[in-house]
Design a protein around this ligand. Structure first.
Ligand SMILES: Nc1ncnc2c1ncn2[C@@H]1O[C@H](COP(=O)(O)OP(=O)(O)O)[C@@H](O)[C@H]1O
Ligand SMILES: O=C(O)C1=C[C@@H](OP(=O)(O)O)[C@@H](O)[C@H](O)C1
Ligand SMILES: [Mg+2]
Length: 210
């Protein structure tokens, strides 16, 4: 039954996820292509009986065509402008589980808005896992610009320091999606119990990187 999905955690056995988590605001998944933002976001929403919104799908509905077609016909800049508008609109609405596209959190305005209005969850994964997962579908224009492994490596270098600003970091694991979902649920619960601790961890990581 939706909303009563059971998440198994090592420490607690079976706990109905919907009773475990009361989310005060939108949860926004960030991370690279193939990290699992859309997949895990959808599962989390079902587990918590909350609406799921995929920003990429919203952009496609608003534009009346696919992301690939937007890139081809109007260019990446136009896509980014649409992405910024769509995410701002979504964050102005009641709480949902939101899967952003991989580039969204790189935009300073979008990032500031996510920090203000949502709990951000970075799904982190290594290049091999991202490659395997993104090779299943041929619908990501950025990966068609050259060698996907090199493109993903470069994006990891550029984006991971920024994704690290997310409130929560969860490793997306190689296994059934439920494994990663359980990690997300557990991390969200810890964060909600003590959000300041997560903030301190982030600040410490930031100063260590300087
Ligand atoms: N944690 C996971 N475990 C197993 N498979 C996953 C996981 N996350 C995503 N997948 C699979 O990988 C592919 C890409 O996932 P997707 O959610 O579209 O990534 P993103 O939205 O981050 O680009 C999909 O086929 C999805 O089913
Ligand atoms: O990383 C990016 O810049 C992009 C990621 C894609 O979404 P996913 O991360 O869901 O694949 C999609 O928004 C677009 O192709 C650009
Ligand atoms: Mg996605």
């Amino acid at each position: 039954m939706i909303g009563r999905r059971v998440v198994r955690t090592a420490s607690e056995g079976s706990v109905p996820a919907a009773e475990m988590l009361k989310l005060p605001r939108t949860v926004a998944f960030v991370g690279l292509m193939g990290a699992g933002k859309s997949c895990i976001g959808r599962l989390l929403a079902a587990a918590l009986a909350l609406p799921f919104v995929d920003a990429d799908k919203e952009i496609e509905s608003a534009a009346g065509c696919s992301i690939e077609d937007i890139f081809t016909a109007h260019g990446e800049e136009a896509f980014r402008a649409g992405e910024r508008r769509v995410i701002a609109r979504l964050l102005d609405q009641p709480s949902v589980i939101l899967a952003t596209g991989g580039g969204a959190f790189m935009d300073p305005d979008t990032r500031a808005l996510i920090h203000e209005r949502a709990i951000s969850v970075w799904l982190r994964a290594d290049v091999e896992l991202l490659l395997r997962r993104t090779s299943r579908r041929n619908n990501r224009p950025l990966l068609k610009r050259g060698d996907p492994r090199k493109i993903l490596r470069d994006l990891i270098e550029e984006r991971y320091p920024v994704y690290a600003e997310a409130d929560i970091v969860v490793d997306s694991v190689d296994g059934p999606p439920e494994m990663t979902l359980a990690r997300v649920t557990q991390s969200l619960r810890s964060y909600l119990e003590n959000p300041e601790a997560a903030g301190r961890r982030r600040a410490k990581a930031g100063s260590a990187a300087e």
